[in-house]
Design a protein around this ligand. Structure first.
Ligand code: IPM
Ligand code: MG
Length: 360
């Protein structure tokens, strides 16, 4: 199989972790006889430095023309003084909307080798954590009107959260389809006791549920969901929610699994369009360039690309199994280190995973 991958290395630890993920993809290509052609697409702070904008047109074109986009992480204190319209994060938001990737899939899964890193009580951790957050990614307050104005001698800032039926419907379909391949439980998270957009959300999700009679749908207010995720995460299978709620809940969900450094994400649009794959953590400028980052989130994001964009389920599984084996054998980057395990750097972690793939 021949596929083209657009690569956004990004800022901070971005180049290190994407480097390891690309090397893993190369190992997969070698072992299973595929060819992955790479196309660089600068984005983020480095693009501001070189081109004056966080997402150059050319980069967006490269991404749209690819079969899948692999992204490290963007941003850092160096660009904090940029005007809001020109921050590295704006590049990411424009990329998501430009690519039309409206569904962000963030798995919260605890690796059995890492149960000790789970901050929850033993009884809770022992029940296991394996759910996914399906977050709306190109609408809501992130993309509503933002304005600051003067009224009666003071500034008033406004951000608009709005959702149309079709935006909710297409996302709900993705959530239900995912649930059908899992434990068939969908929890739709909203704030329908307060927000109009949430009331529409609930109605549309209810309507979509009729197409999936075997799936079980329940609704939960976002404040309660935040609590239930730490009280008993085993109750969740698929959580579907709007952009801002999903941003917050997916960070919470990642933390209870041990480390945010382990969690990948896939952002998908309509079938046939390229997906965007990235770890959910940030660019960690404090440890950039020190060979200390955990590349596993990005490596697992590459596995999601193999699965969701290239249909290479077997190869995706080979990568995930390799990660599991390395963890089981005791290799640990700093963020997941525990007593008695072997500390490894970013490069060594990548090398060990490749070795397992080649040996597998
Ligand atoms: C994420 C990040 C982004 C978001 C930021 C960097 C704009 O927190 O991917 O979750 O809020 O979507
Ligand atoms: Mg976030």
């Amino acid at each position: 199989m021949k596929k083209s991958i657009a690569v956004i290395r990004g800022d901070g630890i971005g180049p290190e972790i994407t480097g390891e993920a690309l090397a893993v993809l190369e190992a997969v290509a070698g072992k299973f006889g595929h060819e992955f052609a790479l196309q660089e697409a600068p984005m983020g702070g480095n693009a501001i430095d070189r081109f004056g904008v966080p997402l150059p047109e050319e980069s967006l074109r490269t991404c749209l023309a690819s079969d899948g986009v692999l992204l490290g992480a963007v941003g850092g204190p160096k660009w904090d003084a940029q005007p809001p319209e020109n921050r590295p994060e704006k590049g990411l938001l424009r990329l998501r909307s430009g690519m039309g990737v409206y569904a962000n899939i963030r798995p919260a899964r605890m690796f059995s080798a890492l149960t000790a890193a789970c901050p929850l009580r033993h009884e809770t951790a022992d029940k296991g954590i394996d759910f996914i957050v399906v977050r709306e990614l190109t609408g809501g307050v992130y993309f509503g009107e933002h304005r600051t104005e003067m009224r009666d001698g003071e500034r008033i800032a406004t951000d608009v959260m709005s959702y149309s039926e079709h935006e909710i419907r297409r996302l709900a379909h993705i959530a239900f389809r995912m649930a059908m391949g899992r434990r068939k439980k969908v929890t739709s998270v909203d704030k329908a006791n307060v927000l109009t957009s949430s009331r529409l959300w609930r109605e549309v999700v209810e309507a979509v549920a009729k197409d999936y009679p075997e799936a079980e749908l329940s609704h939960m207010y976002v404040d309660n969901a935040a609590m239930q995720i730490v009280r008993d995460p085993s109750q969740f299978d698929v959580i579907v929610t709007e952009n801002l709620f999903g941003d917050i809940l997916s960070d919470e969900a990642s933390q209870i699994t041990g480390s945010i450094g382990m969690i990948p994400s896939a952002s998908l649009g309509d079938p046939g369009h390229p997906g965007l794959y990235e770890p959910i953590h940030g660019s960690a400028p404090d440890i950039a360039g020190q060979d200390r980052a955990n590349p596993i989130g990005t490596i697992l994001a590459a596995a999601m690309m193999l699965r969701h964009s290239f249909g290479l389920e077997f190869e995706a599984k080979a990568v995930e199994d390799a990660v599991n084996s390395v963890l089981a054998e005791g290799g640990r980057t700093g963020d997941i280190m525990e007593e008695g395990k072997r500390p490894v750097g970013c490069r060594e972690m990548g090398r060990l995973i490749r070795e397992r793939i080649q040996a597998g």
